[in-house]
Design a protein around this ligand. Sequence first.
Ligand code: ITT
Length: 200
Amino acid sequence: MKLYCATGNPGKLREFGLAGHVLNIDVEPLPGLKTLEAPEETGNTFEANAILKAEYYSQFADGPLFADDSGLAVDALGGAPGVLSARYAETGLSGHDADEANNQLVLKNLARLADTNPDRTARFVCVIALAEKGKLIQTFRGEVVGELLHEAKGPGGFGYDPLFYYPPFGCTFGEAASERKFDVSHRGNALRQMLQYLTR
Ligand code: ITT
């Protein structure tokens, strides 16, 4: 089975590539993605943005394609950064620098609340939308719950992984091996649901 994956995020692409290897599916980056203008993520939900990306990019693919909209929802912050996870700190930066600034802003906002609401519960959410020739086929949602540390730990993963402590592992996603993270992660859960759907 060959599926195209449309993402400009190298961390996501790495995880999907690894998953393809483990689950025996051919996950291919959409050829020429970088030459296409990215659609504006105007949705208020992960579902809406995943659908918008999958419908748009699948027009340029010669087969089924999926896109993922994902992020971190922090309980004490009312679900923020949520759909704004990639651009929470609004630095205009990308890659590691943007991740770093986003992590710092989450920590700052939580520190401000420490006296009134010390809860550090957070969840990663991933919605994968599968589409073909510009038309949505189905969406799949995965979540994983953890706690945010007071400082980053671990060199691995991407985004908010170094802050995200996962109690069953006793470490952050930034400290866990990629395969282990994918076994339990929001993205792993959503992808496994999509595979179940495709092989039903
Ligand atoms: P594409 O839209 O091109 O796929 P993006 O990075 O803009 O790339 P999103 O809008 O879905 O994608 O934003 C996802 C952000 O949520 C991502 O940049 C991270 O900051 C965070 N995030 C999502 N999954 C994560 C994970 O597994 N570990 C850590 N952070 C994650």
